[in-house]
Design a binder for this molecule. Structure first.
Ligand SMILES: Cc1cc2nc3c(=O)[nH]c(=O)nc-3n(C[C@H](O)[C@H](O)[C@H](O)COP(=O)(O)O)c2cc1C
Length: 200
């Protein structure tokens, strides 16, 4: 493993797997379910098995140049974690470990779960926190998503009229989840893996 010091950042570069790394946090299992749907839709030739961030080492995370990252919304638009009432470690506990990592040149697409009826004033808002963190580490973020078909009052995750990633409400609109996932994947996969057959 080659470790380069670049400014205050540490770049740990291993041989890229040229696959998409799917990472998620979850409290009650829905985000895991969607991560598995995404994996099954992409297939093992394009993505690796989804990993819960509470069982992920930084070195495993850094194996990839392309990511699909999923999270539920908890708290008031916070990153999900123990402080937002989650029972298990989640993105809040994982991201601080990436503090001095440089993701420049890597690409990420986000998906966020929420409940647009019960939390209409902050639907899927946690997604914006993950967006800012991953963008702040240097990654390019792809895969914004239309707000059409949802009913909510406000979401921090809407920027310039679009969600910064795929928003899903698996509690109230589970019948739309598969279609949304497949449509989104058709858009984002070529942008995540531009140099492979997946982009053809
Ligand atoms: C205590 C609590 C707080 C929540 N806060 C929000 C919220 O702020 N915004 C939102 O859209 N959904 C919120 N939700 C809904 C969850 O994000 C949603 O049920 C999600 O699918 C859970 O994913 P998980 O099963 O992977 O943990 C909340 C749910 C609970 C139980």
């Amino acid at each position: 493993m080659l470790i380069l010091k670049k400014g205050r950042f540490k770049t740990i570069k291993q041989v890229s797997m040229n696959k998409i790394g799917i990472f998620f946090g979850t409290d009650t299992g829905s985000t895991r379910l969607v991560a598995e749907k995404i994996y099954n839709a992409l297939g093992e030739g394009i993505a690796d098995q989804p990993k819960n961030v509470n069982q992920t080492r930084v070195s495993e995370f850094l194996l990839y140049d392309a990511y699909i990252l999923g999270l539920p919304s908890y708290g008031i638009g916070d990153l999900p974690g123990i402080q937002t009432g989650c029972m298990e470690a989640n993105w809040a506990e994982f991201l601080y470990k990436l503090d001095d990592v440089d993701l420049t040149g890597r690409r990420a697409a986000l998906f966020g779960l929420g409940n647009q009826q019960r939390y209409a004033d902050r639907f899927a808002s946690s997604m914006i926190k993950l967006y800012h963190q991953v963008y702040g580490l240097g990654a390019d973020i792809v895969g914004s998503w239309s707000t059409e078909g949802y009913q909510f009052i406000h979401s921090d995750a809407v920027v310039d009229g679009r969600f910064v990633g795929l928003a899903l409400d698996h509690r109230n609109q589970s019948h739309l989840t598969d279609e949304r996932v497949n449509t989104w994947l058709a858009e984002v996969t070529p942008r995540l893996l531009p140099d492979t057959a997946a982009a053809a």
